[in-house]
Design a binder for this molecule. Structure first.
Ligand code: ACM
Ligand code: ZN
Length: 776
């Protein structure tokens, strides 16, 4: 090679090298970091560390190899690399675990520079969380189960010092009302660990299914795990089965399966707390062993809702306690958890009042009433549990009649019970329905799958705080943390279960892990979008309800102007809308302030991201009609509990939704509705439309007929039409408009009569829900 040529080659090499971006030059910004829950302290530096096929993992102990698998398996998926675990620290390009005995159990430090990553912790819990944080610092494509090309696996140079705010961070899965396979529980454990949650509470026993093998009492699963399949019906519309009908729907976990699950959870720093309900929510056990109840009569495993719950364990017979101690012995063999949850909720004690054994017990133990008998029951179980070196948890009903001396209270009926327990010096786990019940709706009810009522959207979960106002510092110390509860009456599939859990669990995890000072919805709502990207790769059927546009509609009855405000959970959301026939895709206008509407108008809206509509579009029609703002009188006024918007509620253009508690409905219990609308002057009309609701679970049925009569003088009425609808079983919940059309005529008074079904098939009183009365 000539000297000239050599110089040319060297020049080219130099140019190539200087063009290649060094890891030191890569700049990440705060906005690139979307870790959930947000780390306690994070200091971002210039530059980045790049994972490649030569990156090594260096452990602090041989037993930690499993902890690295979360990342090593992911790199195998996306790049085909098989990253090594070494004993010797190489010069560079490694992730090293370092022990620091001075850190708290779950705390960890992460120190990343362009040469290496150090994770420091006291033990496995911190290393697990350090790895999970690394995972969330990597591009979302790391979650892919297929190979990924064109992505460089950089993470920013930074230091993180992180530890949880609360030591108890849980999720309860109800596997009794519907049974979920072990595989799903394992997936859920992975997803809990990703959010640094550390408890899976398994609700293993309830009326509708006993889910844990107990070798001493095989009928608990032979009989108690199976019910008659009535899944085609609404939970509360299922008939009461008898003891001689064979159950075919259900399932249970063997002890081996559960032991394997416990071991799996431990590798993710998750403790499984078993809940063995008592004295109520145990029809499944009584179906297997009727002698456990006061009356000892055979019953079937209920296929659906049971209320009130009167088939409960007898508190008088010694057999009951012998049975429960034997059951718990086996349970404690499977679950090494510090806590055993004994339920304790919602026991209706009418049988105890009548039962000779229970009465004898009350006399011999000097108990004043059945509440004290329940307290005796739980205290006795607590002594047994304590004698095995474990602690008892119960729902907040265990406060009634006197709490057991060492018990931890799980506060679900709000936070009152938790506050009371803390005042009495007891530990508390907060799970108030208002923020922690994930069986509630999370978006506009008309758009969501059937839920159990309540409204707990993502942004509300994010405001959860387990320490409540009015707690002293000493009381607050008793608050161990919080937990989301997913009751599964309405949830039959894993994809529906995922839908209810995610993304709300991500919000909850931040309320339990991150500092209170760092709580910031706007910031979280950008990070959650990155998490959605991970969930997409992981095939998690997370709810996109937070993307829905919601309305807030008001009418000024003096001016008859409707104000329609559009909103969304995300702060500064880009909502765009069109009116009437205009298509959202071409004509949408950015929403900036409430719309004033004074004629019938269709409104279409959507959240936009990057100029494209996302999520389910929002559509509503504000319908002005001839009755708007007119005087309505009822033969019998609506029920106090469902007054709608009062005087003009039926004639204000604001339409009720499928949610019967949305504040729009006016309702009558066991009665017909007869309403007269006074149009004020002779008015030409030809149609009356009446909006109604059916939700048979809580006893709301469509009217069996809607009849319309008209009058010029308010005295003499002429019937102009009727629409009838025969009763039919309906497991869903639906809106229906009854429409009566007639020859156009000039009248002043319109009488609308809606016929109540009168009695439910079970003989109960029927609710009639109406909104609105539209006259055209
Ligand atoms: C409960 O929701 N019954 C604890
Ligand atoms: Zn009894």
């Amino acid at each position: 090679m000539s000297v000239f040529k050599k110089m040319l080659v060297m020049a080219i090499i130099a140019i190539t090298v200087s063009c290649q971006k060094s890891n030191e030059d890569i700049i990440f910004t705060e906005n690139d970091i979307a870790v959930i829950p947000k780390p306690a302290k994070l200091l971002l530096n210039k530059g980045a560390f790049q994972f490649d096929e030569n990156t090594k993992f260096i452990l602090a102990a041989a037993s930690q190899e499993e902890l690295t698998s979360v990342l090593i398996d992911k790199f195998k998926n996306v790049s085909g690399w098989d990253l090594d675990v070494l004993e010797q620290t190489p010069k560079e390009n490694y992730v090293q675990f370092i022990i620091d005995e001075n850190l708290d159990d779950e705390a960890y430090k992460l120190n990343v520079n362009s040469n290496r990553v150090l994770i420091t912790s006291k033990g496995d819990a911190g290393f697990i969380y350090g790895i999970e944080t690394l995972r969330q610092l990597l591009p979302v494509a790391i979650e892919s189960s297929n190979s990924v090309s064109g992505t460089d696996w950089f993470i920013p140079n930074l230091t993180i010092e992180d530890q949880p705010r609360y030591k108890y961070r849980g999720l309860m899965l109800d596997v009794s009302r519907h049974f979920f396979e072990i595989e799903y529980l394992k997936k859920t454990i992975d997803r809990l660990a990703m959010l640094k949650m550390n408890v899976l509470h398994l609700h293993l026993v309830d009326d509708q299914g006993w889910r844990i093998e107990i070798k001493k009492y095989p009928k608990l699963t032979e009989v108690g795990a199976w019910r008659v399949d009535q899944e085609d019906k609404h939970w509360d519309g299922r008939y009461t089965t008898s003891a001689d009908e064979k159950g075919t729907y259900g399932g249970f976990y063997t002890q081996d399966e559960l032991k394997d699950l416990v071991a799996y959870a431990a590798t993710k720093n998750i403790e499984i707390i078993p809940e063995i309900e008592m004295p109520a929510h145990v029809s499944s056990a009584i179906a297997a062993y009727p002698e456990l109840s006061c009356h000892e009569k055979p019953i079937g495993v209920p296929s659906g809702g049971v209320w009130p719950i009167t088939d409960i364990y007898c508190a008088g017979k010694e057999n009951t306690f012998e049975f429960l101690e034997n059951v718990l012995e086996e349970v404690m063999e499977i679950f090494p958890s510090k806590y055993i949850h004994v339920g304790g909720d919602e026991a209706t004690k009418t049988n105890w009042k009548k039962c000779p054994d229970c009465n004898k017990r009350m006399r011999s133990e000097n108990l004043e009433n059945v509440e004290e008998l329940q307290s005796y029951f739980i205290k006795r179980m607590e002594s047994f549990i304590n004698s095995k070196g474990k602690r008892l948890i119960g729902w907040d009903e265990i406060l009634e009649g006197g709490i057991a001396p060492e018990a931890t209270v799980m506060s679900w009926r709000g936070t009152k019970g938790g506050l009371e327990a803390a005042k009495q010096g007891h530990d508390v786990i907060m799970t108030p329905g208002s923020h922690c019940y994930f069986d509630h709706y999370q978006g506009p009810q008309n758009e969501e799958p059937l839920a159990w009522g309540g409204y707990t959207p993502l942004s509300k979960v994010y405001t959860f705080d387990p320490v409540v106002e009015g707690m002293t510092a000493a009381e607050a110390k008793h608050v161990l943390g919080g937990q989301a509860n997913l009751w599964s009456e309405q949830i039959k599939t894993t994809s529906h279960s995922e839908y209810m859990i995610f993304p709300r669990l991500a919000a909850l995890s931040e309320t339990l892990w991150s500092t209170k000072e760092s709580r910031n919805w706007e910031d979280f709502s950008t990070r959650i979008v990155t998490m959605f990207g991970r969930y997409d790769y992981l095939n998690i059927n997370y709810a996109k309800s937070a993307y829905l546009v919601m309305e807030d509609v008001k009418i000024d009855m003096d001016t008859k102007k409707v104000t329609l405000a559009l909103n969304n959970e995300f702060t500064d959301a880009d909502i765009r809308y069109t009116l009437n026939d205009a298509k959202l895709t071409d004509a949408a206008v950015k929403y900036t302030e409430p719309l004033i509407i004074n004629e019938s108008t269709e409104v279409h809206a959507s959240l936009f991201k990057n100029d494209v509509p996302v999520g389910v579009p929002f559509n509503t029609t504000i319908k002005f009609h001839k009755a708007v703002g007119k005087k309505v009188t009822f033969k019998e006024i609506y029920d106090d509990r469902y007054q709608g918007e009062g005087e003009f509620g039926m004639v204000n253009t604001l339409r009720a939704t499928k949610n019967y508690t949305d504040g729009h409905w006016q309702a009558w219990l066991g009665k017909d509705m007869e309403a007269v609308v006074d149009l004020g002057e002779a008015t030409s009309i030809k149609e009356v439309v009446v909006g109604t609701l059916e939700n048979q679970g809580p006893g709301i049925y469509f009217p069996t007929a809607v009849k319309v009569s008209v009058s010029k003088d308010g005295k003499n009425y002429t019937e102009v039409g009727v629409e009838k609808r025969a009763f039919a079983k309906n497991p869903s919940f639906d809106l229906k408009e009854f429409k009566v059309s007639f020859e156009e005529q000039s009248v002043r008074y319109v009488k609308v009569f809606a016929k109540n079904l009168s009695k439910t098939p079970e003989g109960g009183k029927v609710w009639l829900f109406v909104d609105e009365i539209i006259i055209n």
